[in-house]
Design a protein around this ligand. Structure first.
Ligand code: GLN
Length: 535
């Protein structure tokens, strides 16, 4: 069994080629061979973490057990590898520089001039090794964000070049993902951009062992041979990843082309099998029988990456139930002018997490519609809070709101968490990460989770105002999940409704391909029933 091995994933030509999925897929193949695998994402930006970044530009902020607010690729790693990662598995330029500058201020560098090489690169190298060691991994994948040639990623590439030298060639595999464009009517696959990006890598001192070529169609034999020749890799090391229906097919695709065997040979070990369960899961996704239409009423609906964990949680639940979840993206602001026709024909409505007042009224209208028309509803975080506001407004007839939306509201049914008052810094200051939740017996939540104590991940600053709990419950909404100290409301549900449940936490972050999140499973199941009823 090899140990202390690294697979470094770089990207060439342009970004957005699905490097994260490639990294996750390679990790899965190795895990199925019996190795303990971990993965690190390097983001060459100056933010210390993704928590302060706009999901509209950057995609979802993923939340880890330890409360780390990280790049969405860590969500892919967790889903494919079925592991829980820590904040340290996401390295950013900001984090690295912060550490080095703090050391410099403490005087740790003993009067030396502090420089990018060797001090920043040492910090990066030590960080990678520390994470690999701490997670007891046989193999550590390191994905370097951005594209080779970017100024930002230079120190990281230099650091992994040094790592290669330090730990030895037999312990490091360089995998380069690139785009193979197709030009002209004959559809010739062009390898020149790939040649150039590999040339750039080699100038830095990195020789790729494997090249993954992204293109719409599979790479032709001649294309693979050409890449092999010009980029100095064996033909078996040139792997083709065409567009596929589901991201979960990628590991199977890589395996079929011999990547597992290639890596086993490189690491000097024997191959065993274990992809059957995964193949079965992919089959279920691809051959789903029934289709159910679910609306997501959100704010960042132009970029589905903003809600990637929710989309994946639907895939997991759908595969389990043999159904395809067809997501309809509904911009919340479009529901603010009295016309709710966009909600017609939906079998389920989800209101996800969010911040601020824009679109809040549209979300409230969608919740009212789901509640009154007996349409399955799942609310997450902000969606949970707005479900409480909706109930207060329309059932308790209170002129109420969340103080996040209206600080002067007469009835603040949602208020700032007491420990959040006075917090001014934005980065990493919310109620973050895993907390235990107690579930009331005999409720829908209890039925779905099948236990009375669970742990789920959080990311919020506001909560249900304790002063209104009794009043709300008297009118029928049940708080079926509460924090371990019973102070915080975590789940709300409506008995008698087909399926109406909302959680302060984010169930989507813990959904895994072969283990769908209970709330998503229940929601899709109820939506399927609705679909059968109406069709
Ligand atoms: N804006 C709300 C809060 O801070 C909800 C946050 C969320 O949906 N992630 O509590």
């Amino acid at each position: 069994m090899p140990e202390g091995k690294y697979i470094i994933v770089t990207g060439g030509v342009l970004s957005g080629l699905g490097k994260g999925i490639t990294t996750s897929s390679v990790g899965l193949l190795l895990k199925m061979q019996g190795y303990k695998v971990t993965a690190i994402k390097i983001d060459p930006y100056l933010n210390c973490d993704a928590g302060t970044m706009n999901p509209f530009q950057h995609g979802e902020v993923f939340v880890l057990e330890d409360g780390g607010e990280v790049d969405l690729d860590l969500g892919n790693y967790e889903r494919f590898l079925d592991v829980n990662l820590s904040s340290d598995n996401n390295i950013t330029t900001g984090k690295v520089y912060k550490n080095v500058i703090e050391k410099e201020r403490r005087g740790d560098y003993l009067g030396k001039t502090v420089q990018i090489v060797p001090h920043i690169t040492d910090e990066i190298r030590e960080w990678i090794k520390r994470v690999a060691k701490k997670s007891n991994a046989d193999i550590c994948l390191v994905e370097i964000g951005g594209t080779v040639g970017d100024i930002e990623s230079m120190p990281f590439l230099e650091a992994v070049r040094q790592l290669h030298r330090e730990v030895g060639h037999e312990n490091v595999v360089f995998l380069h993902t690139t785009l193979i464009p197709v030009i002209g009517v004959v559809g010739e696959q062009k390898t020149k951009p790939t040649q150039h990006s590999v040339k750039e890598l080699r100038a830095i001192g990195i020789d790729p062992d494997i090249i993954i070529g992204r293109a719409k169609e599979p790479l032709a034999k001649s294309t693979r041979e050409k890449i092999a020749l010009f980029c100095n890799v064996p033909v078996e090391g040139v792997i083709s990843v065409p567009d596929v229906e589901s991201i979960y097919e990628v590991p199977l695709l890589l395996d079929k082309q011999g990547l597992t065997d290639f890596l086993m040979k490189r690491f000097g070990s024997k191959r065993r099998d274990g992809l059957e369960k995964w193949a079965e899961f992919v089959n279920k996704i691809k051959n789903a029988g029934e289709r159910v239409d679910i609306g997501i009423v959100g704010k960042y609906t132009d970029l589905s990456d903003s809600y990637i964990s929710i989309v994946e949680a639907f895939h997991h639940a759908g595969a389990y139930l043999g159904a395809k979840v067809n997501i309809k993206w509904i911009e919340a602001e479009d529901l603010e002018h009295g016309d709710l026709s966009l909600l017609n024909g939906l079998h389920g409505i989800l209101v996800p997490g969010g911040f601020g007042m824009r679109g809040a009224d549209g979300k409230i209208n969608a919740i009212e519609y789901a509640r009154e028309h007996n349409i399955p509803f799942l609310g997450i975080c902000f969606g949970f809070q707005l479900a409480v506001v909706e109930y207060g407004k329309n059932v308790l007839n209170l002129d109420c709101n969340s103080t996040e939306i209206d600080p002067e509201t007469e009835h603040p049914v949602i208020t700032i968490l007491p420990e959040q008052e006075g917090v001014e810094e934005m980065g990493g200051t919310m109620r973050l990460g895993a907390y235990k939740i107690k579930i009331k017996e005999g409720t829908l939540a209890h039925k779905l989770y099948g236990k009375t104590e669970i742990s789920e991940r959080h990311r919020h600053r506001y909560e249900v105002n304790p002063e209104y709990i009794d009043e709300i419950e008297k009118k029928g909404l049940v708080f079926s999940g509460r924090s371990a100290d019973k102070i915080r409301m975590e789940i709300a549900e409506l008995p008698g409704h087909k399926f109406f449940i909302a959680s302060q936490f984010h169930p989507e972050f813990k959904s895994r391909p072969l283990r769908p999140a209970p709330l998503f499973y229940g929601f899709v199941e109820a939506s399927l029933e609705k679909m059968r009823e109406v069709s």
